[in-house]
Design a protein. Structure first.
Length: 173
């Protein structure tokens, strides 16, 4: 007779395989869930990705402060698109999927909305604040990855660097 540990591991294996199969079957659908404003001039960033990065960028580097633009404006989105074009294919796939975590992993069940992008602004803010201050390691890592992408896209722009008073090309010294 198999031990309890053997039964649990078999069940875990079956549940894991089932969950993986479900995710693989859902991938083509989740990729297309929702409607998003069209974007132009982007080679790698589609309408869905641009809409999500816009929300994340405006949260992390909001408009209206002492620096020009925002982390979700057209210049920053263009820089994210350029970043996607300058990384290996496997990294591009991961970076393309990163915003989907915030889009579908946040709002679908808790708020009854279709996605983060479609939530009212105050709920977007509250949800992203929860991500930003989470003690869960995976959540913190995903949020840090998004913060890094926005940081590279926004804080390395020539107009933002000039507004910060840093001489271009000096490396911050």
């Amino acid at each position: 007779m198999p031990s309890m540990a053997t039964r649990i591991s078999r069940r875990g294996l079956l549940l894991g395989a089932g969950a993986t199969a479900l995710l693989l079957a859902a991938y083509p659908v989740v990729r297309q869930v929702g409607t998003y404003p069209p974007v132009s001039g982007m080679r790698f960033l589609d309408a869905k990705g641009a809409a999500i990065w816009r929300v994340l960028g405006d949260f992390l580097a909001p408009p209206g402060g002492p620096l020009p633009g925002s982390g979700g404006d057209e210049l920053s989105l263009g820089r994210i698109d350029a970043l996607l074009g300058n990384v290996p294919e496997h990294t591009r796939t991961l970076l393309t999927a990163l915003p989907w975590v915030f889009e579908h992993g946040t709002a679908l069940d808790r708020y009854g909305a279709r996605s983060l992008v479609h939530l009212p602004p105050e709920r977007q803010q509250a949800d992203l604040e929860a991500w930003a201050h989470s003690d869960e390691v995976i959540v913190a890592q995903l949020f840090m990855a998004a913060r890094s992408v926005i940081g590279m896209a926004y804080f390395e722009r020539a107009d933002v660097i000039a507004a910060m008073g840093i001489a271009p090309g000096c490396g911050g010294t």
